[in-house]
Design a binder for this molecule. Structure first.
Ligand code: HPA
Length: 273
């Protein structure tokens, strides 16, 4: 369980390093981490130096927190996230969201690599998340001390902020970037899915499959943060192309999308309310 004094220690430490309060936390997923290096006036803090913060062990997740400016906005940027498949509980995986909220961030901008389940998608495409499906039946709020809140049962009807979806699509249009929308299906991993699982996910309404995002969204909504989710289709999900999937493919696509993705993210962040 995350204790309030653990959170206080993480927050006090970060306040002593970053100065200005962040307006948003940006989480950079597999292969997308280099975007953090584009921040202006940045400070870089390895997760391992932050009291009570988890350490990123996933490949392509550097485990560094950046504070700086992106297109005029003060942001915190996580180069790599914490996943359940690394052994973190949902509460631990979403701990950085709590810390960012306590530091003043009222927005969460998530990015992730995903498998494309919707056969209309193609590899390299960027998709704006409009909803998610969490069939793991657990999440970061299970057992959480709710004494600071007025309700335990938070509404998830608008988990991904509708105005942010509109803004992202409008910024993408201006930049000549195609940006569809889709439903994220959460699988805990770390094994990739079977073709039968992917067929089931499609029948259940999933457009994309991935191993992150959902616990961060739930925690952010608990804390009243506005959430945007950008997904990159790094591969078509298992069974669609009848070829084996590789971890390498996932990172290669992430790196290839870096430039386009960086431009879209900067335009979005610069214009978000
Ligand atoms: N499945 C789950 N997570 C992923 C995938 C996938 O096919 N690609 C990138 N992240």
């Amino acid at each position: 369980m995350s204790k309030k004094n653990d959170l206080r220690k993480s927050v006090d430490f970060l306040q002593s390093k970053i100065g200005t309060a962040p307006e948003a936390l940006i989480v950079l997923g597999s292969g997308l981490g280099e975007v953090a290096e584009e921040l202006e006036s940045k400070v870089c803090i390895p997760y391992k130096e932050i009291p009570h913060f988890g350490i990123s062990t996933a490949p392509g997740h550097a485990g560094k927190l950046y504070a700086g400016k992106l297109n005029g906005k003060n942001v915190l940027c996580m180069q790599g996230r914490l996943h359940i498949y690394e052994g973190y509980s949902p509460e631990e995986a979403s701990y950085p969201v709590r810390v960012a909220s306590m530091l003043g961030a009222s927005r969460l901008v998530l990015t992730c690599a995903c498998g494309g389940v919707n056969i209309d998608y193609s590899v390299g495409e960027l998709i704006m998340l409009k909803d998610y499906i969490n069939m793991t039946h657990t999440g970061p709020l299970v057992g959480m001390d709710v004494s600071d809140f007025d309700t335990r049962f938070i509404d998830m009807s608008f988990s991904f902020d509708r105005d942010y979806i509109t803004l992202a699509r409008s910024e993408a249009r201006k930049l000549g970037i195609s940006l569809g929308t889709g439903v994220y299906f959460y699988m805990p991993g770390p094994q990739l899915e079977t073709p039968a699982e992917i067929r089931a996910i499609r029948n259940l309404g999933g457009d994309l499959v991935g191993m992150s995002v959902v616990h961060e969204v739930i925690m952010a909504r608990r804390l009243g943060m506005r959430v945007a989710g950008f997904a990159l289709v790094t591969n078509m999900a298992a069974g669609i192309l009848d070829i084996p999937l590789s971890e390498e493919e996932i990172f290669t696509e992430g790196r290839k999308a870096r430039e386009v993705f960086g431009r879209l993210l900067a335009a979005f962040v610069g214009n978000m309310n």
